[in-house]
Design a protein around this ligand. Sequence first.
Ligand code: NAD
Length: 366
Amino acid sequence: MDLSRRDVMMAAGGLAALTLPGADVRAQPGRKLGYAIVGLGGYGLGKIIPEFANCTHSRLAGVVSGDRAKAERVAAEHNLPARSIYSYDNFDRIADNPDIDIVYVCLPNAMHAAYTIRAAKAGKHVLCEKPMAISVAESEAMIAACKAANRKLMIGYRCHFEATNLEAMRRARAGEIGKLRYFRSEHAYPQGDPSQWRLKRALSGGGSLMDYGIYALQAARYMTGEEPIAVYAHESTDRSDPRFHEVEDQIEFQLEFPSGVIGSCLSGYSANQNHVLLLGDKARIEMEPATGYAGHRLWVGNRRDTEITPRPGPGKTQWAGQLDHLAHCVIEDREPIVSGEEGLRDMRIIEAIYRSARERTRVVLA
Ligand code: NAD
């Protein structure tokens, strides 16, 4: 993780202050890079598309959907021409559309790898939602495909563009709470409809950990700035509950970091919590809600004595910061701060967590 670069970006007043030229420039100065959104569901349509209004370097340039009527309605609302509407079948024709620079994959987890690889083969850069894929092997194939096509790959880890999380990371790294000793995070929300794809293993790749616990894992890594060397996990799921016939509900995992910091994380689908706590030998940093869409709160000090107002993030919103970051990485030909490799690191740990829970043993990470 490259905090110093982020700090420089923020100090420079965000993306607008950076220059455009470079050998691999795919945009004329002033031209916003075009995104095609694949999957017009809750996140792609409900959250991402409205965010282009907050962007400086990015715009909606295409939609990919299995529902033609929905795609046409969205295209009409955003003044997109008919040639920028794609189905999953003719998606590869996106290669011929110069308006589209980046494909944003907002599909069920098991479809991330296929659409990332197809997008790279079509010559497009890719922003792929978390979790990056449903296995390490798929994640590696995605990275290889983007490398072979010389395209950027970024994972939708929006918290790296969210002001409160950035402030918390900065203060942890600056030593404000002293030597780091212990990290704790609980990420849980009550899951509903048993028929949805999140509860079908073939489409989700796993339960709460793949969906929400990954935020706790990410936070453990970006708050400590360390990579875990071993994991120990314990799963507790009521398999008679129709929601959890195929995937886990509650999974608790402990991360051992090289400095001796212990990370203790809870991921669940039948409780409600979004919380991060980092203890140092002098004080503590706490966020609640920590990684949500809005309402983040941050305390630094002893207990919740001192609430902190964070300095502004790199974008108008965390999503605008994220969308413009990749656009800028394409323009400047540099690696996104949350690259495919960053997604792969999480996938390796997630596989180790599942293995640990299955085998009831501590798993050492390479
Ligand atoms: P959703 O169910 O609301 O939307 C999924 C979309 O995929 C729908 O448009 C659906 O029609 C389409 N789809 C295509 N093939 C499908 C199939 N075989 N089964 C089911 N749907 C299919 O899901 P979502 O909440 O938009 O999640 C999409 C991705 O975004 C997931 O990977 C999820 O983890 C991620 N996500 C990220 C955040 C975040 O804050 N970063 C938030 C929500 C979702």
